[in-house]
Design a protein around this ligand. Structure first.
Ligand code: ADP
Ligand code: MG
Length: 335
C-alpha cells in the first residue's frame, strides 16, 4: 500500500485499528502475514461475495464513519444471507483520500467491531491505499453453506409464490429525506426512513433456514422490480406482482398518503437488503412458522408464471383493481 500524508504509517494503522478485528480467527495470523487461510465447516463450501461502496454514490461524504463501515459490511452479509450462507469472515480493501483523518479511521473500525459482535464474523485481511477520488470501501465476505445447497436465482418454477421479507421502499425514501425532498414527513417517520437507508438489517437468521424451502432467492439491493427481473431472467419465467400486497412500513404509508407518486420509488428504489424469494405453495405453512419463530415478516406479493411467447414483459404489476400499472423506471441500474 501507499499511505496518506496525515495518517500513521501503514503497519501502524493496521496494527492499531485492524489487527484487533482479526482476533479469534487463527487463519488471519493477526494480519501479520501476506494472506489468510479459511476452510469451510465439514460438509460445507464457502460462498464468497464482494461489494464496494463509494462515497457520493452509495453513501454521503458526511455520513458517520461507523455507519459507513457497518453498511459496507452488511451489504455483503445480505448477499450471503440471500444465498443461505452463514457468515464467517471478511476482507477489507480501503481506498482513502488524503483528507481522511485518524479519527475517521478509528470510528470506522469501531463500527466494524460492533457488527463483528452482532454477526459473529472476523476481519481476516485486506489492503489499504490512497486515492485521488472519494472514499471507496470494498469488502469481500465469506460464509458457509451445505455443499451444493446455495440458494440460486434460477430455481423458480411456474406457479411458485413470490415472497419478500420485511418492508420495501424505506431506504429509497430515506435517501429522498437526506436529499431534502421529503420535507412533509414528520421527524419520527423521516428518522426511521433515514436509519433504514444508512443501516441495512441483513436477514442472516432467515437466509440459511430458507434452504430446502425456497426455490430461488436474491437480496433486494437494486430495487424490488429490478431484482425480481434478475430472478425471472435466471429462472426463465415471468412474474405477476400485486402492488397492494407489497409490505410497507408506517412511515412509507404516511409518505404515500401525501404523495402517491412515491409508489414508483418504493417499487424501483434500491437499498432495502431484504430477501426476495420464491417457493412452492406446499411450504407456506413452514414459512409462516419460520416467520413467527425468527420474528422476520414474510409477505407473499405475487406469483411466477410462464413467459408469454414473443413478449418482452417479464413483470406485471397489478394495482388495487387488478389493472396493470406502468412505471417510468424499471429500477436502479448503474450504467
Ligand atoms: P502486501 O504488501 O503483501 O500487499 P500489506 O502490507 O498491504 O500486504 O498488508 C499486510 C497485512 O495487513 C496483510 O495480512 C493484509 O491482509 C493486512 N491488511 C492490509 N490492509 C488491511 C485492511 N484495510 N484491513 C484488513 N487487513 C489489512
Ligand atoms: Mg505481502
Amino acid at each position: 500500500m501507499k499511505h496518506t500524508a496525515n495518517l500513521p504509517g501503514e503497519f501502524e494503522l493496521i496494527a492499531r485499528y485492524f489487527a484487533p478485528l482479526a482476533r479469534g480467527f487463527p487463519g488471519a495470523f493477526g494480519l501479520l502475514d501476506d494472506a489468510a487461510v479459511i476452510a469451510p465447516a465439514p460438509g460445507h463450501e464457502l460462498v464468497a461475495k464482494t461489494d464496494a461502496i463509494v462515497g457520493g454514490v452509495h453513501f454521503l461524504h458526511d455520513d458517520p464513519p461507523d455507519l459507513i463501515a457497518r453498511k459496507a459490511l452488511r451489504v455483503n452479509l445480505s448477499d450471503l444471507a440471500a444465498k443461505g450462507a452463514v457468515p464467517r469472515a471478511y476482507m477489507l480493501d480501503l481506498m482513502l483520500p488524503k483528507t481522511v483523518t485518524e479519527e475517521w479511521i478509528a470510528a470506522f473500525a469501531r463500527g466494524l467491531a460492533e457488527d463483528q459482535n452482532e454477526y459473529g464474523v472476523h476481519l481476516i485481511g485486506g489492503d489499504t491505499d490512497s486515492t485521488p477520488g472519494p472514499v471507496t470501501i470494498a469488502i469481500m465476505a465469506f460464509g458457509d453453506v451445505a455443499t451444493g445447497r446455495m440458494l440460486r436465482r434460477g430455481g423458480a418454477r411456474a406457479g411458485d409464490t413470490v415472497f419478500v421479507t420485511g418492508t420495501i421502499g424505506d431506504a429509497a425514501l430515506g435517501l429522498t429525506v437526506l436529499r431534502g425532498k421529503s420535507a412533509h414527513l414528520d421527524p419520527k417517520a423521516a428518522g426511521f426512513l433515514v436509519d433504514r437507508y444508512r443501516l441495512p438489517r441483513p436477514r442472516v437468521t432467515l437466509g440459511p433456514r430458507l434452504i430446502g424451502l425456497a426455490s430461488a432467492a436474491l437480496d433486494v439491493s437494486d430495487g424490488l422490480l429490478a431484482d425480481l427481473r434478475h430472478l425471472c431472467e435466471a429462472s426463465e419465467l415471468a412474474a405477476v406482482i400485486e402492488a397492494p400486497r407489497v409490505p410497507l412500513s408506517t412511515a412509507v404509508r404516511a409518505a404515500l398518503a401525501t404523495d402517491s407518486g412515491h409508489m414508483t420509488t418504493v417499487l424501483t428504489g434500491g437499498d432495502d437488503y431484504e430477501i426476495l424469494f420464491t417457493a412452492p405453495s406446499a411450504v407456506l405453512g413452514e414459512l409462516a412458522e419460520l416467520s413467527r419463530t425468527l420474528d422476520v415478516p414474510i409477505t407473499a406479493i405475487g406469483r411466477m408464471q410462464s413467459p408469454s411467447i414473443g413478449k418482452e414483459t417479464r413483470i406485471t404489476v397489478l394495482d388495487e383493481s387488478g389493472e396493470p400499472l406502468t412505471l417510468d423506471r424499471g429500477g436502479w441500474t448503474h450504467f
